[in-house]
Design a protein around this ligand. Sequence first.
Ligand code: PEP
Length: 261
Amino acid sequence: MQGERTPIVSGNWKMNNNHFEAIQCVQKLAYLLQKDDFDAVDVTIHPPFTDLRSMQTLIDADQLRIKLGAQNCHHEEKGAFTGEVSPLFLAKLGVQYVIVGHSERRELFGETDDFVARKVVAVQKHGMTPILCVGETLAEREAGLTLDKVKTQIRAALAKRTAEQVKSMVIAYEPIWAIGTGKNASPQDAQEVIAAIREEVASLISRPAAQAVRIQYGGSVKAGTIAEIMRMPDIDGVLVGGASLDPTEFARIVQYRRHAV
Ligand code: PEP
């Protein structure tokens, strides 16, 4: 934990878990997590859109401290955008966090930096927190372009944001080559890139914004790797894909403070 910044552990289920499976998964997770865990760490889950209403009902009925997240949204509130999901509607469902610019959206669905920047604005307009994903491909890393890539993504996404707006955001550094591959950036490598992102926020926005914004690492995080990652001074949490589908594993990730390194 870094100063005043509350750690945040987020589970991105991607296109997994129908709404029946989602209910079971969250009930088990809620059973495994204790008050102390929620006092120390913000826990967000990001189910598919079709699960959100069931998740909202469960979280409300059982007064769970798990926070509801979405995996994406459109930047417009309504209109002729067949198949898209409105940030206004997500807010109505009790969604508090929205992943924006995940590399799968950027790489597989052609989302540009400009499109991602509009979503950041829309998510905050509706009182939700964007989790802005940035990260490089393996080819970019091998060409020494990691910092150029992530700084360009950060500059584009934050261009229209004030210091106060940036302070309340979450950024996720996710090297694309580490997502779903079982390969991790080393904690030191992740720390180096995340420190550079923080510096970029300082020069672009302000030093206080850079100190306040929470920055996660994402890429094949497991219960066995989390503790060392969280020892890095600039890393405030993790965005977890595959390992978040198993409530036991995900609970152990949230409970990283209890593990010996
Ligand atoms: C992700 O989906 O953002 C992610 C980091 O996935 P995984 O943990 O499976 O690499």
